[in-house]
Design a protein around this ligand. Structure first.
Ligand SMILES: [Zn+2]
Length: 381
């Protein structure tokens, strides 16, 4: 947490400040930390107290307490620091973080991973040599060698070793078995899902972060520079199974991501095609599909698809659905989202914004043309 300059105690003034009664009351009401930590001070342990914030957080903050507070009781210090922290972290955020920590702790102490090597990212074990080579060369040409773009903004390639995919399938099956046997109420990756697994809950998010930063970001930087910016700053990875006795496929939707990696890890029977139906900003997400925007793709096992989260997609209508499993990695960039709040038009990637812009330009050209004709004909036209 950064210390706010306005919230610090000014030091070095030997003259006692002249204060009015009102000013004194105000000073007492505002809890302030010292800008300089007291490194000699040994912090208390707050582990046995009922606290809103973690004991570790309070212990590390204690060195910044103003000198007069250092000798206060633990309860007084905890209250003083909690009052300050509340200005930066809401109660909701705090209790959510606390809940997640307990939840993850319970899973970690009860679930035994089957393939521990999956949890530590190992490029040689996980990724195909051709994919690693293209990324290490890090040029548009090297990416083009392994990536095809069957439709603008839809990149298709092979990236994972078959052994990695096989181990992932078995690990997720093992998670499902554990959930079934223990009846542990795990969270599902999205609210409609009853069988999906969120990787973060089982500690697989760390390897996914490395995959995203070191191997997907270089590709996105070339093909989707606006969305990925300087780096993605968060992700949501999950495993989803569709089929008769699994989750039904989601209808047409936008992803909660800037860029989505969708890897087909298993597929049985024909069908199950994905349809892309145009890229849209949030303002235009429900606008009609134009025939030229429609692209159907038949995803085969092992194949990875990389596309914008705002590229609307879903299962191809009127075709048989199949039994399949996919690994999804939603890569997010909060700066891009902030920018989206302030700008209104995205003709670069939203087809509807581009259409509106073209319409406006053509209307203004038309108005200019009519104006010129009027001048040329002396106002008779
Ligand atoms: Zn738009």
């Amino acid at each position: 947490m950064a210390l706010d300059g306005d919230e610090t105690v000014a030091g070095g003034d030997s003259q006692p400040p002249v204060t009015t009664a009102a000013a004194t009351t105000e000073e007492k009401a505002i809890a302030r930390l010292s800008p300089f930590p007291n490194m000699e001070h040994i912090s208390d342990n707050y582990g046995d107290l009922e606290l809103e914030y973690s004991s570790a957080m309070l212990s590390s903050l204690e060195k910044y307490l103003p000198p007069e507070m250092l000798t206060a009781t633990r309860e007084e210090k905890a209250k003083f620091m909690s009052d300050i922290l509340r200005k930066y972290i809401s109660r909701d955020e705090c209790s959510k973080a606390k809940w997640c920590k307990n939840y993850w702790q319970k899973i970690k102490s009860n679930y035994q991973p089957l393939s521990r090597e999956l949890y530590n990212f190992d490029p040689e074990l996980f990724l195909l040599p051709s994919f690693r080579k293209a990324i290490s060369e890090n040029t548009k040409e090297s990416f083009r060698r392994i990536i095809s773009e069957p439709f603008p903004g839809v990149l298709v390639f092979q990236m994972f070793q078959p052994d990695f995919i096989q181990k992932l399938i078995v690990e997720v099956e093992n998670i499902g078995k554990w959930v079934h046997e223990t009846n542990f109420p795990i969270r599902r990756p999205y609210h409609m899902s009853k069988y999906g697994v969120a990787f973060v809950d089982f500690g697989l998010d760390i390897m996914l972060q490395q995959l995203m930063e070191e191997f997907l970001f270089p590709i996105c930087k070339v093909f989707f520079p606006e969305e990925c910016g300087a780096m993605f700053d968060s992700h949501h990875g999950y495993y989803i199974e569709n089929g008769e006795d699994r989750d039904p496929p989601l209808g047409y939707h936008l992803d909660d991501s800037e860029i989505t990696l969708n890897v087909c890890v298993r597929k049985q029977f024909e069908g199950g095609e994905i349809s892309f139906i145009g890229t849209r900003c949030l303002r235009h997400k429900r606008t009609d599909v134009k025939p030229e925007e429609v692209f159907h793709y038949c995803h085969s096992p092992g194949q990875a698809i990389l596309h914008r989260g705002r590229h609307r997609h879903g299962p191809r209508a009127n075709t048989p659905s199949c039994s399949r499993a996919n690994m999804i990695l939603c890569c997010r960039n909060s700066l891009f989202r902030e920018m989206e709040k302030y700008e209104k038009d995205f003709p670069e990637w939203c087809n509807e914004c581009a259409h509106e812009k073209k319409e406006k330009e053509s209307q203004s050209l038309d108005a200019k043309r009519k104006g010129m004709i009027r001048i040329a004909t002396g106002g008779k036209a």
